[in-house]
Design a protein around this ligand. Structure first.
Ligand code: ATP
Ligand code: MG
Length: 635
């Protein structure tokens, strides 16, 4: 019996139970049957949760690019591996077959070797969403260099701190990038960053926007001439299963970004398996994940997951609002996308706009639609379901983290019945537990607690680069013997999980633990409300009280504020109870968000508390200017 693909709910439970009772057999069989290895493993898994040491497929030898590319060539050489959709829809899309991808990756790998990059070296990749980004990542993996992709929206100081943290030897960048009707001076940002990055010896520059840039002699080189001269013959490096594949910094919603280290074999097996099942991937699918490859979602599901399955993946350079708010829908239609995977923040921002943008397109090619990054509120879920999925496509609300490598709790499309705002059931191999404040496991259903995982899975990050102690402290010490996710969750009457937000965001009001996500969910139901964020602030009597920041829809702008406040609190009372009513409601024009689109609640918490002294690292904010507006109008 093969465990790679789950066909129905009964089989899900069968596989799940097998994965818990006999994880070694379960993952061993999946690994053996679905990948190409130079050498098999001694042990499927070897771990110690106290010291946070986890190894999968010990002593096995493998190269992930052989599995992403080479092994598909015989059967799928002329199949599209990548479809590149440029920022400007008038510019022709590019179709890159597996044969072409193989050739490009081999050439790039040879260029890297010629430039002195060897196994174990760190290479920083700071590129827009263009094919060179995928090619550079895969070229690193091919020669065993550790890629550290930094989202090409980060400022020079954020880039410098990440380059220095992992001591990158090389930077791969471009002359610039397009973003809607703007261009971004990526090379200028790198030049500034590198003033304080002594480890970087060379910079390779891809051409994208063709505006003049400065090239530092002895350090900077144009990429294309090097590629033109390179051979397309390349022997992949033989990697140990546990050799690091990449470093990726978490998005920084909660504090100083952590350089999570993912290793080769476990990550490969886990992303491939989860991609196949959650999205029900079939041979002729065209998969589109809108996340930038600079985030884990892009690593695992724009790049590695689809390619490991011999799929076709779309790399989209643009933004949802350019040239207008129909861009996503137009692109789905244009490339006949079958799976569309995006984030609640994108869904909410598009749901704010006229329905005509989406209704213009039949979107008949779609079969599965997905969400990741934040809890998806009920209103956004229904909008997505009604107008994009046409009530026909299952919505996979996928809960996971940079640290987990791949999706952890999510419906398996066409297998797990969905439920709005619920990530539903754990994937095989994932053993979630809810813990109370006394570190006891909470048994049974209809309970809430801190979400932990009690057994390692192949995709778990192995460490924080250069700081294993921080890794132990952050994830393995709050609940000894378990991996602590930092998130809170609710388990409903049938065992479905709903993520209630980060545990740090739980506010205790008059002794009641209130997760922020369900309250925001309720508020967002109000027809005049576009988006909201709730935090706690100290209160003499209740201990804590709730402070709400609310963005109104255009249609709500003219409404009487006093009435709105009453109505919002009434909705909260109806959905959750009077205990969750807001003491203060501040109407704002925007919320501070990370570059990955998440609300940065710790800043909102500080403002609510009236403490303007230390907002921590704000370099990951996309809209720092909003902080002043909110501060100045604090209630
Ligand atoms: P940092 O760890 O630096 O604060 P971050 O947690 O935002 O940044 P990511 O690893 O990108 O960085 O995000 C993972 C987090 O996103 C999860 O821990 C969870 O809080 C939230 N999340 C992701 N997907 C979902 C989902 N489907 N439902 C609810 N929350 C989600
Ligand atoms: Mg996190």
């Amino acid at each position: 019996m093969s465990y790679f693909k789950i066909e129905n709910l009964e089989q899900y439970f069968k596989h799940y139970n097998k994965s818990v009772r006999e994880p070694r057999k379960f993952w061993g069989k999946i690994a053996e049957e679905n990948f190409t290895w130079y050498q098999y493993w001694d042990k499927v898994v070897d771990f110690n949760m106290a010291t946070a040491e986890v190894k999968w497929f010990t002593e096995a030898k493998v190269n992930i690019t052989k599995n992403c590319i080479d092994r598909h060539l015989a059967k799928r050489g002329e199949k599209n591996a990548i479809i590149f959709e440029p920022n400007n829809p008038e510019e022709a899309a590019q179709h890159i077959t597996y044969n072409e991808l193989h050739q490009r990756v081999c050439k790039m790998a040879n260029v890297l070797r010629e430039q002195g990059i060897t196994k174990g070296d760190r290479v920083c990749i700071y590129l827009p969403m263009i094919p060179e980004l995928a090619v550079s990542i895969l070229a690193c993996a091919r020669i065993g260099a550790i890629h550290s992709v930094i989202f090409a929206g980060f400022s020079s100081s954020a880039v410098a701190s990440r380059i220095n943290d992992s001591e990158c030897k090389m930077v791969i960048t471009s002359d610039g990038g397009y973003r809607g009707n703007k261009t971004i001076d990526l090379k200028g940002i790198i030049d500034e960053a590198l003033e304080s990055c002594p480890s970087v010896q060379s910079v390779l520059v891809a051409k994208r926007i063709e505006t003049p840039i400065s090239m530092k002699p002895g350090r900077d080189q144009w990429l294309q001439p090097l590629l033109d001269q390179a051979s397309d013959n390349n022997v992949a490096e033989i990697m140990d299963a546990e050799d690091p594949l990449f470093i990726l910094y978490t998005s920084g919603s909660t504090g100083k970004p952590k350089g999570m280290v993912h290793t080769t074999a476990g990550y490969m097996v886990y992303t491939s398996y989860t991609f196949k099942n959650v999205f029900n991937h079939e041979e002729n699918d065209i998969f589109w994940c809108t996340a930038d490859i600079g985030w884990i979602t892009g690593h695992s599901y724009t790049l590695y997951g689809p390619l490991l399955n011999g799929g076709t993946t779309v790399i989209f350079e643009g933004i949802p609002s350019y040239p207008d708010f129909s861009r996503f829908w137009e692109t789905i239609e244009k490339h006949k996308i079958t799976q569309f995977y995006t984030a609640p923040t994108a869904i909410r921002s598009l749901a704010k706009e006229s329905l005509e943008y989406v209704q213009r397109f039949p979107l008949k090619s779609l079969k599965v639609i997905g969400s990741v990054g934040e809890p998806i509120n009920e209103e956004a879920w229904h909008w997505f379901n009604d107008h994009v999925g046409d009530k026909r496509c299952p919505i996979v609300d996928t809960w996971w983290q940079t640290e987990t490598g791949g999706i952890m709790i999510a419906p398996i499309s066409f297998v797990t019945p969905t439920k709005p705002t619920y990530a539903t059931l754990p994937l095989p191999g994932i053993q979630p537990v809810l813990m109370d404040d006394k570190r006891n496991e909470i048994e049974g259903n209809q309970v809430v607690g801190s979400l932990c995982i009690k057994f390692p899975w192949p995709g778990i990050a192995r460490t924080i680069w250069g700081d294993h102690q921080r890794y132990v402290d952050t994830y393995f010490s709050s609940f000894p013997g378990k991996y602590f996710t930092g998130d809170g969750a609710l388990r409903d009457e049938v065992g479905y999980y709903r993520i209630t937000g980060r545990v740090d965001d739980v506010v205790i009001v008059s002794g009641h633990n209130l997760g922020t996500a369900p309250i925001e969910d309720a508020i967002n139901e109000h027809p005049a409300v576009a988006e909201s964020a709730i935090v706690g602030f100290p209160h003499d009597i209740k201990g804590n009280a709730l402070y709400g920041y609310v963005i109104l829809k255009e249609s709500g702008e003219s409404r009487d504020r006093e009435n709105l406040i009453k109505e919002i609190n009434q909705i909260i009372t109806d959905h959750i109870g009077p205990i969750a009513k807001l003491d203060k409601i501040q109407f704002v024009t925007g919320l501070p968000k990370t570059r990955s689109g998440k609300i940065m609640r710790r800043i909102l918490r500080k403002i609510a508390e009236g403490d303007f002294s230390n907002f921590g690292d704000t370099t990951t904010l996309i809209n720092p200017e909003i902080v002043d507006e909110i501060k100045n109008n604090r209630l």
